[in-house]
Design a binder for this molecule. Structure first.
Ligand code: PAF
Length: 293
């Protein structure tokens, strides 16, 4: 694996791969790699060669009271993991390389970014879209891979790629979970042992909703209430939001429809975790729904 630290060097490698007619697959990350990231790397490897993984803890997507400085940065362990996955290129720029003095341009996707994560984390999506646009311009990937755990992020990035006519296809991959259902996240490392047990409440809440949907419940308000009740019963958990939204607009729905997402953000102690379920109407069934956790 070749580690690349500068924008110019990365652009040159990308230009050459494109000139050779190779299909560039890209997995953008902030490091602290886990099985969720590796599932994206594997998906990229199946379709592309070379695969580029970026590790960049993007200061612009953290609010002033968020965890930018304590965000885990186990760079040597991450490098070893990527070597073992036979990744061709690691792109690991410094903040000064990505945002040199005098940097002034930001990208915002309107509407989709104002609710849910956007409301709880003002400025977050502006930071995400700015860095992702820069990374796509630098790495020039044919395909870029994102996890469905960050469902709103994936939707916002798709919108940006469409609106700005970028030459990259966005691939969204399933959520990868621990054996007890907790969605993999670099922030799980912050959880103390009792919090780690309590953190399964997100998966349990989604599981309750899935059971109710299987039993015929279609009312989104009642499904949200059932999830909230479970979260409220967990002493270490505080719900930030629990919603069922249209998977395209991210606006709340009152009844299940063709494509919906059940979205949760929950504080476990001081650690904020998110999770979701995708609810899709089974084609031609009239009223039967498939729930993917
Ligand atoms: O999902 C993440 O890890 C980050 O938001 C991303 C896409 C790498 C941008 O910094």
């Amino acid at each position: 694996m070749e580690a690349i630290f500068t924008v110019e060097w990365m652009k040159q490698v990308a230009r050459q791969a494109r000139a050779e007619g190779r299909l560039i697959g890209f997995v953008p990350t902030m490091g602290a790699l886990h099985e969720g990231h590796l599932s994206l790397v594997r998906a990229a490897r199946q379709q592309c060669q070379p695969v580029v993984v970026s590790i960049f803890v993007n200061p612009k997507q953290f609010g002033p009271s968020e965890d930018f400085s304590k965000y885990p940065r186990p760079i040597e362990a991450d490098r070893a993991v990527l070597e073992a996955q036979r990744v061709e290129f690691l792109f690991a720029p410094t903040p000064a390389e990505m945002y040199p003095d005098g940097f002034r341009t930001h990208v915002s996707v309107e509407g989709l970014t104002e609710r849910l994560e956007g409301r709880s984390r003002p400025g977050h999506f502006r930071g995400v879209t700015t860095v992702v646009l820069k990374l796509l311009e630098i790495v020039q990937p044919h395909l870029a891979y994102f996890g469905r755990k960050d469902a709103q992020q994936a939707r916002v990035i798709r919108q940006m790629v469409r609106d700005l006519n970028l030459d990259t296809e966005i691939v969204v991959c399933p959520i990868v979970r621990e054996p007890d259902g907790l969605a993999m996240s670099s922030r799980n490392a912050y959880l103390k042992p009792d919090e780690r047990c309590a953190a399964t409440v997100l998966f349990r809440a989604l599981g309750t909703a899935r059971q109710e949907i299987a039993a015929g419940e279609r009312d989104a308000v009642r499904l949200v209430a059932a999830m909230r009740k479970l979260i409220d019963a967990e002493p270490l958990a505080t719900a930030d939001y629990v919603e069922i939204v249209d998977a395209d607009t991210f606006e709340p729905v009152s009844r299940l429809r063709r494509g919906c997402l059940g979205l949760l953000a929950v504080f476990i102690g001081t650690t904020r975790l998110i999770d979701n379920m995708l609810v899709e109407e089974v084609e031609d069934s009239g009223s039967s729904f498939r729930v993917s956790l």
